[in-house]
Design a protein around this ligand. Structure first.
Ligand SMILES: [Zn+2]
Length: 473
């Protein structure tokens, strides 16, 4: 049974969706005004992990992640660069979707704000009609926070603590903590026509509107980075529960922790922003994913080269173990019966798989799950590769496959490795030549072959009676 921390109740709760086996999930996506960086990637990968894990439990998971393609930041950028705001939003949206594909983050719907202006206007009109929102003289529309009694519960803040929201509009708001649903257009800004005049949507309303359009009036999981709890999620909650007149609108609120760079916050002023594109080309997508999993999703994660190096080693060990097992099936005459000792190894593998899953059931304890994965790989190297047991090889591959459905780090578990047969034949021939040299005690030549192969990214591993090879990169 999966248990997950709910920001609203501040408790770890058993996970059961509103409706049988369907999980409706909404995660707040990017504002495409600049390159996607690794801080964004942390949130999206962590949520993708949650989705994969819940799907592995047999649920149908529908994942909506919006794109805020009109916003103050995009408008500012278009002034700075003298480029059309649509061009900027479109460019960075494409980059973001491409990078998500590279990272294996599969999102079902990427709705964009500018495609939903009419839905947003209709939603705001209902809030006005129900007395939850009011039109100011400028033509802007604000949500009247005093009409929603539960305001502040998600973030745990009192009204006194948040009394000045969106300060630039203080003069025309009824209460300083009210927030904009619709912003009247300033000269030169992009706008749409509405019953209240020309303007554009505020930031928070889009998520209430697009989540209900794609997922309906009740959402099982709503997620985002921890920085979105206030004001964004507090405001979304006020809008949606007022619109539908029901509570809870969201069953579980899930928030992902911060990412720091050598202990410091990532920011433009510190000049330490790491674009995701660079991080992927330096470390590769699977290594970045594993590194994100090396910290618990609610805790901060610190970007340090050493931690990524460690995950790179773990990834290669897993990938190589996987390739060796597949080669064993293709090439070796394997035994079908299991000896006593092999039965014992079999049950150790099963035990590690259970521990891996149990760790994830406890509010997605990925660091602990990775520790079990590490032990599991060690057994493959120490006990399985040296034996010729079909049962154990298939057992190990089967567990790797199930783990990988959740981790999403190996391309396709049972697909053959990327190397061609001709290439593998050549490596085998070289290994045979080296073996013959060693039999003739020509160790210098044998070592030379090993070193030359290593330079080309092929590592040889000698055991008592045979040599196996793995790729280094
Ligand atoms: Zn949102």
């Amino acid at each position: 049974m999966l248990k997950i921390y709910n920001t609203l109740t501040k408790k770890i709760e058993e996970f059961t969706p509103f409706e049988n086996n369907i999980v409706r999930a909404y995660f707040c996506g990017p504002t495409p005004y600049d390159h996607t960086h690794i801080g964004h990637a942390r949130s999206y990968i962590a949520f993708d992990f949650l989705k994969r894990y819940i799907s592995s439990l047999g649920y149908h998971f529908i994942h909506v992640q919006n794109v805020t393609d009109i916003d103050d930041k995009i408008i500012r950028r278009s002034y700075e660069e003298k480029r059309d705001w649509r061009e900027i939003a479109d460019y960075y949206t494409r980059e973001y979707i491409d990078l998500m594909n590279q990272l294996g983050v599969k999102i079902d719907f990427h709705p964009k704000v500018t495609d939903h202006i009419k839905d947003i206007i209709d939603f705001i009109q209902v809030l006005i009609d129900k007395g939850h929102a009011y039109v100011a003289p400028s033509g802007s529309v604000y949500f009247d926070v005093t009409t929603y009694k539960d305001y502040g519960r998600l973030s745990g803040r009192s009204l006194q603590e948040q009394w000045r929201q969106e300060e630039e509009f203080l003069s025309e708001k009824k209460n300083p903590f009210d927030f904009a649903l619709w912003k009247a257009a300033k000269p030169g800004e992009p706008y749409w026509d509405s019953p209240w005049g020309k303007g554009r949507p505020g930031w928070h309303i889009e998520c209430s509107v697009m989540s209900s359009k794609y997922l309906g009036s009740k959402i099982d999981i709503h997620g985002g980075g921890q920085d979105l709890i206030f004001p964004h999620h507090e405001n979304e909650r006020a809008q949606s529960e007022s619109y539908f007149g029901t509570s809870p609108w969201v069953k579980y609120w899930v928030h992902i922790g911060y990412l720091t760079i050598s202990g410091e916050k990532m920011s433009k002023s510190l000049g330490n922003i790491i674009p995701l594109k660079e991080a992927i080309s330096k470390w590769s997508a699977p290594v970045l994913r594993l590194w994100i999993f090396s910290a618990h999703y609610r805790k901060p994660i610190d970007y340090k080269e050493e931690s990524l190096e460690q995950m790179s080693v773990l990834y290669k060990r897993l990938r190589n173990a996987h390739e060796i097992l597949i080669r064993m099936i293709r090439e070796k005459p394997l035994e079908h019966n299991l000896s006593e000792r092999e039965l014992e190894i079999w049950s150790r593998l099963d035990d590690l798989w259970s521990r891996f899953k149990n760790a994830l059931d406890e509010d997605l304890n990925t660091p602990e799950a990775l520790a079990h994965l590490n032990k599991f790989i060690s057994i493959i190297y120490s006990e399985i590769i040296s034996r010729e047991s079909t049962g154990l090889v298939f057992k190990a591959l089967n567990i790797i496959d199930r783990m990988n459905q959740i981790l999403g780090i190996l391309p396709e578990t049972l697909a053959p490795p990327k190397t061609s047969e001709d290439f593998e034949d050549m490596i085998k021939l070289i290994i045979e030549v080296r073996k013959r040299l060693r039999q003739k005690k020509m160790y210098d030549e044998a070592d030379w072959i090993r070193n030359e192969l290593l330079k080309r990214g092929i590592r040889l591993m000698d055991s008592k009676d045979e040599t196996i090879w793995v790729r280094e990169k």
